[in-house]
Design a protein around this ligand. Structure first.
Ligand code: HEC
Length: 139
């Protein structure tokens, strides 16, 4: 009889230990949540949505063409643009908001690139969507 009591109490002890072990593993899974929640704050510029960008791109298509290949004597070709390739989304956003007048010595075609393509209603988010769309046109 004593042996059975001993075995039973050992079993109880084991199940208590197992419960503690199970409880201990739950908090270990938690630290993965906070870094994921912090990620958006670490990225100041969120990548745009190319599908929405295609809709807003109508503003730019008048000079750059709906296919982004540029229209002779107007906007430049995006598909082969080293400039676009070499710029971050943030830098392109800054460029598009300011544009580049024909009088700017850096202007290569002698035609105005108007601020925001001449559409002041475009928000930063709209422009980032457009930038995402332009990137899909790149070869
Ligand atoms: C009125 C015509 C016109 C419109 C509309 C226009 N652009 Fe432009 N864009 C130009 C011209 C001209 C240049 C070339 C300027 C130069 O030679 O430096 C240019 C250059 C650019 C460049 C630099 C390309 C390179 O390879 O150097 C980007 C990026 C750009 N435009 C984006 C846009 C976006 C985005 C829109 C729409 C929101 C837009 N443009 C609307 C005329 C236009």
């Amino acid at each position: 009889m004593k042996k059975i009591t001993l075995i039973l109490s050992l079993l109880v002890l084991l199940s208590v230990l197992a419960a503690c072990g199970g409880g201990g593993s739950a908090p270990a899974a938690q630290p993965t949540t906070p870094p994921a929640a912090q990620q958006p704050a670490a990225q100041p510029v969120a990548a745009g949505d190319p599908v929405k960008g295609k809709e807003s791109f109508a503003t730019c298509a008048g000079c750059h063409g709906m296919d982004g290949k540029g229209i002779q004597g107007l906007g430049k070709d995006f598909t082969a643009s080293e400039f676009v390739k070499g710029q971050t989304d943030e830098q392109l956003l800054a460029f598009i908001k300011v544009g580049r007048p024909a009088t700017d010595p850096a202007n290569t075609v002698g035609v105005d690139m108007p601020p925001k393509g001449g559409n002041p209603a475009l928000t930063d988010a709209d422009l980032l969507n457009i930038i995402a769309y332009i990137r899909t046109l790149q070869q």
